[in-house]
Design a protein around this ligand. Structure first.
Ligand code: PBG
Length: 334
């Protein structure tokens, strides 16, 4: 006997709470708002360059002057943060462009901080875009297996992160997946006086075919081997929790799960287990699939994009990194 039921009428009709938009909003468990969005941007050398990335419609390699304009448009729409990637003029076997004081990302950071001081600038800390071979770490001479030299790489990652902080980055985001890099970066930042610069670590980053279009954008496709020796096996969820636990111990302030849509279970478990601010990276392949289907009229781009972002929020993401940030911001305002 249910005390709230009267006679033969059942009291458990969920439809009651779905009768109007206002009521639905009132009882919604998850909300999507522009303040949660982060827009990735690709900085390249030169002036007045806005080079389309063919596999990612609406995304461009931008020279710093154009990148500042793009960031200003995003900020105008309410997007609070950008995530910077760099395409250097030259690549080498030590990724020197990654930690050069006047490297492409360092230059972009300074320009953004000068022109748009209240925009949050997050930087991707990785070596793959700067390495001649395209791997995320140092590789032994003549080794073509795709294995990276974990420990010697840490020093270069730490230098890269510190050079970003010195240029004015608000947050650094290591995406390389070397073991021990959060500790190495934290120690270096602290040692150079950047004790208040938080680390958002790509804590659970899987080896994924969904990164395909990004590698065109960042020109970072490995020339040999693959990233399986340092990125995670898509089969493993418990291991993802161990990866996150290590990064948390080492001092990560925000943890990130990547990709997002095929890994919502990971997002949920990471948020539930650690309760830390958690970011979802809605990666290039996820973005491009929607764009391609929408261009053929097979999907409603706006509805699918907002539904996907909401699903990431529901799974546990506080922060949504997405190439669709500006579109989403516009749609959310309407
Ligand atoms: C660099 C890096 C990658 C992405 C973000 N940082 C590529 C990779 O690991 O190959 C992918 C982002 C995307 O696909 O949108 N290590």
């Amino acid at each position: 006997m249910n005390s709230s039921s009267i006679g033969e009428f059942p009291a458990t009709r969920l439809r009651r709470l779905r009768q109007s938009p206002a009521l639905r909003r009132l009882v919604a468990e998850t909300h999507l708002s522009v303040g949660q969005l982060v827009l990735p941007l690709f900085a390249c050398p030169g002036k007045k360059i806005r080079r389309p990335i063919s596999a990612m419609p609406g995304v461009f390699q931008l020279s710093v002057d154009e990148l500042v304009k793009e960031a200003a448009r995003a900020q105008q729409l309410g997007v609070p943060a950008v995530l910077l990637f760099g395409i250097p003029a030259k690549k080498d076997e030590r990724a020197s462009g990654a930690y050069a004081a006047n490297g492409i990302v360092q230059t972009a950071i300074r320009a953004l901080k000068k022109e748009l001081p209240s925009l949050l600038v997050i930087t991707d800390v990785c070596l793959c875009e700067y390495m001649a071979h395209g791997h995320c770490g140092l590789v032994a001479r003549r080794d073509r297996s795709g294995r990276v030299l974990n420990d010697p790489t840490l020093e270069l990652l730490a230098r890269t992160a510190a050079s970003h902080a010195a240029a004015g980055a608000d947050l650094v985001a290591p995406s390389d997946m070397m073991d021990g890099r959060v500790r190495a970066i934290r120690a270096r930042l602290d040692g150079e006086g950047f004790i208040d610069t938080p680390i958002m670590s790509y804590a659970a980053k899987f080896t994924s075919a969904f990164y395909g279009p990004f590698r065109e954008a960042a020109e970072s496709t490995p020339h040999f081997g693959d990233r399986r020796s340092y990125q995670m096996d898509p089969a493993n969820a418990n291991e993802a929790l161990r990866e996150v636990a290590l990064d948390v111990q080492e001092g990560a302030d925000i943890v990130l799960v990547k990709p997002a849509l095929a890994y919502l279970d990971i997002l949920h478990r990471v948020k539930t287990e650690f309760g830390l601010p958690t970011a979802a990276y809605n990666v290039s392949g996820e973005y491009s699939m929607v764009k391609a289907a929408a261009a053929r009229g097979w999907l409603d781009e706006r509805a699918v994009t907002l539904e996907s972002l909401l699903a990431m929020r529901r799974a546990g993401a506080d922060i949504l990194i997405t190439y669709a940030a500006m579109d989403a911001a516009r749609w959310l305002q309407e």
